[in-house]
Design a protein around this ligand. Sequence first.
Ligand code: HEM
Length: 352
Amino acid sequence: MNRAPICVPCRLAAIAVVVGCAGAAFAWTAGWLTPKRITAPHIINTFESNYGIHTGYRRNHAKGLCVEGWFESNGNGAQVSRAAVFAPGRTPVIGRFAIPGSNPGAPDASTPVRSMALLFQLQDGEQWRTGMNSVPIFVVRTPKQFYSQLVASKPDPATGKPDPAKLDAFFQANPETLPFRQWLKAHPPSSSFANTAFYSVNAFIATDAAGNQHAVRWQTVPEVAYAPQTAAEKADPNFLADDFSTRFAGGPLRWHLVLAVAAPGDPTNDATLSWPADRQQIDAGTLVLQRAEPQANGMCRDVNYDPTILPNGLKPSDDPLLAARSAAYAVSFNRRTREEANLTQTHGGAQP
Ligand code: HEM
C-alpha cells in the first residue's frame, strides 16, 4: 500500500524541532540559558578563582592520603538495609583521609575539620561510596548557600585570608550556620585521624529485605580515644600523615560503623540539623584499616567519592546537598584527571 509522501519542508521542520529541543536541553543543562543559576562548574570555578588551580588535585579536600582495609559486617545493619554490605562478612575498602581546602600544601592546623572517604567494593560488583566529615552537621543547608559562602570566603589579596567582615555578613544572613559554628567552638580539633569520628552528615534512605524504608545517617566511631591537637602537632604542617605512619606501624586501626535511624518527622533534607541523641543506633560492624599510602600514586587518587553511588538497599534522601555534591565532584574529578595526563605520576583505574 502506498502511503502519502510527507512534504520535504515538513520533514525538515520536524528534524529542526528535534535538534532544537536537544540543543535547548543541552544549553539549559550547561547553564547558558540561565546564567544566574548556580551550576557545578560555577562552584568549581569559584574554588579555582579563590584558591588557584592546583594541577591534578581535588578542588576541595585537596590534601589527603589513601588507605586500604576492609569492613567486617556483623549483620546488624540488615535490620534497616538489604544492602549486601550489611550481611555478615568482609567487604574490601579503599579509603581516603583529608582536610578541607583547595591547597594540597596547606598546613594541617589550617582547619579544625578532618574527613574520611570510603569506597566499599561489594562482591556482586556494586559499590558504596561515602565522604564524611568530622563535624556531625554541615555549615549550610542548600547548594546556593554553599556557593554564597565560597564567594564570601574569597581571600583578600592584601592578607591572603578571607575578609572577616564579608564572612560575618554571610553568617548573619544565614543563621542555619550557627549550630556548625557552635559545634566547632565546643570541640577542639583532634590530634589524629585515628581518634576522630566521621559523619555522613546527609541523610539516606535504607530499604530492608521486606521493602520497609528507614531514614538513616551513618558515622564511623574510632576505637582510639579522642585527644585534642597539641601545640607541637600544630607546629608540624603534616602531623596528621606523620601520626598515621607511626600508628599503622603498630597495627591496623579500627572504627565502628554506626547507623542512626530517624524517627518519623526527623529532618532528612536539612544537614544543618542534628537528630535527637536518643534515636536508635545500630553498630553494623568494624572498619579495619591496615595501611596508608601517599595519594600521588595511591589507589584513592582516581576515585570520585560521590556520595550518591550507593548499593541496592541504600538511596539518596531529599537532601538538596546530595545532588549538588555529585555534580560538583564530577566536575572536579574531570578537571583533575584530565590534568593528570600532563603529570609525571602514573595511575590507572580511574573510578569516576
Ligand atoms: C554543595 C555542597 C558541597 C560541595 C559543592 C562540595 C564540593 C566538594 C568538592 C569539589 C570536592 C572534591 C571532589 C573530588 O575531586 O573528588 C569535595 C570533597 C569532599 N567533600 Fe564536599 N562538597 C559539598 C558538601 C559536602 C558535605 C555536606 C560533606 C559532608 C560530609 C562533604 C564532604 C566531603 C569530603 C569528605 C570530601 C573528600 C572526598 C575525598 O577524599 O575524595 N562535602 N567536596
